[in-house]
Design a protein around this ligand. Structure first.
Ligand code: ATP
Length: 469
């Protein structure tokens, strides 16, 4: 059972150190979020899983890490200067700004951006009696196009024409390096180039926690194929991505595929499907898969003057621009989905309710926690010794928690989703025969709540077994 309200997740994230409001001691900065110690660990694991699955374990995909700042011509070529816009309306009464298309979408369930022209938005808002969600009045301005790219100046002295943009997607960093990768790696079609990195969009209506923010991280692949193979590549990626999410614990029932209508397609795309997740506020985009044709490479050829064609290794006379299938993941949206999906409230036999984050064990921020039953010597010393040796012998994140009653500590570990807890008690140090034989510990499974007494010497093997399952 995933979380039924976003508030449950926001509150758990703050309480346990997954996600904090940005710049909090200064009163915050709207819609910015900072990943805390556990959130950073979770997010890194999501990125690691992604990179392992789609880059390292495939022979047809390589990675790169390109700069956020790019030559402004890139954004002319990509169409972002002219087309990366949203229709913006202001409420004249309270001065709040909204996306006109989103207001209509909420009211009518249509994709207004796709079916309406800019000068029709206000008339439609009035005709459909759409009131300002902030003050309740209806006094809209005409809609105007608003470019979503953040603009800044480069250099010490800012001159006209020095405008530079924070990239709104990571994809273009891949296209501008297409030739470099061709020349250095000599890949054969089909092949992909992947990268993970920050993107920035001056969203008019950010919100729903980390779902829509102005600074976020993407995980994108540009997969270059022979034009005749676009359809099969598209299908294969759709399946691979679906498998990635479900393999890491997202219930299939909470996912659906939605294909974009012809009107809705972006300027570069001939086919797009979104994978949507059933968020607490309804179905919304988690991931996008687009068939971009040769739009980007041909635009960059035109604007840069560089030839970007691929030469068929079997026929040097055959030179062409490959077509592109683009799987585009939002990293923060993926993390949010894993958080929502992991959230579980369970009624125990004694009637208590425990909150447990049932992360897939590859994603749980902490892998194993060592819990000494007491702070007394020599018990604590023994627990520290076990902790240190596990840290040395495994590549797992092994934590140590000594504060509070053992019951409270189990609850804390459940709430952060730690798959295994190891309790070191007086039996371990041979001081209490009732608790167990000397040199044994109790290992507790987060999901089954099963507790097993095992020799300290077998701990490493037992943990490794758990990760193999
Ligand atoms: P939306 O329709 O939600 O604005 P989009 O179609 O503009 O998204 P894409 O340009 O396809 O999004 O970006 C690819 C992915 O990047 C999205 O599927 C999403 O996971 C993520 N993403 C896009 N915008 C944001 C944002 N403002 N905050 C967080 N993640 C985002």
């Amino acid at each position: 059972m995933p979380a039924s309200s976003l508030d449950q997740i926001v509150s758990l994230c703050k309480r346990r150190g997954f996600v904090f409001p940005g710049s909090e001691i200064y009163g915050g900065l709207a819609n910015t979020w900072d990943y805390g110690p556990l959130g950073a660990e979770l997010k890194n694991k999501v990125k690691r899983e992604w990179w392992d699955t789609f880059v390292r374990s495939r022979s047809d995909v390589v990675g790169l890490d390109s700069a956020i700042f790019m030559n402004p011509k890139v954004w002319e070529a990509s169409g972002h200067i002219t087309s990366f816009t949203d229709p913006l309306v202001d409420c004249k009464s309270c001065k709040e700004r909204f996306r006109g298309d989103k207001l209509l979408e909420e009211k009518l369930g249509i994709d207004a951006a796709a079916v309406l022209k800019l000068d029709q938005v206000k008339a439609m808002l009035d005709a459909e009696e759409v009131n300002c969600p902030n003050c309740g009045k209806r006094d809209w301005t005409e809609a105007k196009q608003f470019n979503l790219m953040f603009k800044t100046k480069q250099g010490v002295v800012a001159n006209e024409g020095d405008d530079i943009f924070l990239r709104p997607e990571t994809a273009q960093g891949i296209f501008v390096n297409f030739l470099n990768v061709l020349q250095t790696q000599r890949p054969r079609l089909p092949f992909g180039i992947a990268q993970i990195g920050k993107a920035f969009r001056n969203e008019i209506t950010p919100g729903n926690f980390t779902f829509r923010t102005r600074e976020f991280e993407q995980m994108e692949i540009e997969y270059f194929v022979d034009p005749a193979e676009v359809d099969s590549a598209f299908d294969n990626w759709q399946k691979a991505v679906w498998q990635w999410y479900t393999g890491l614990g997202i219930d299939e029932e909470h996912l659906r595929i939605r294909e974009h209508s012809a009107e809705e397609l972006s300027h570069y795309s001939s086919k797009t499907v979104d994978i949507e997740y059933n968020f607490p506020w309804g179905w919304a985009e988690l991931f996008g898969l687009a068939s971009r044709g040769d739009f980007d490479l041909s635009q960059h050829e035109k604007f840069s003057g560089q030839e970007l064609k691929y030469t068929d290794p079997n026929d040097p006379e055959k030179k062409f621009l490959p077509h592109v299938v683009e799987p585009s993941f939002g990293c923060d949206r993926a993390v949010l989905t894993f958080l929502l999906e992991a959230y579980t409230e369970e009624e125990l036999e004694n009637g208590d309710v425990r909150t447990v984050m049932k992360f897939d064990k590859r994603l749980a921020p902490v892998d194993v926690t060592i819990l000494p039953l007491s702070k007394k010597e020599p018990l604590i010393e023994k627990a520290k010794e076990i902790h240190t040796s596990l840290l040395k012998e495994t590549r797992l994140n092994i934590d140590f928690d000594v504060t509070g009653s053992i019951g409270k500590r189990y609850r804390r570990q459940d709430e952060i989703g730690t798959p295994l807890c190891v309790t070191v008690d007086f039996g371990t140090i041979g001081e209490d025969a009732k608790q167990g034989d000397a040199d044994t510990v109790t290992i507790r499974d987060r999901d089954t709540l099963k507790q097993e007494r095992i020799p300290v010497g077998k701990l490493r093997e037992k943990i490794a077994e758990h990760w193999k399952q």
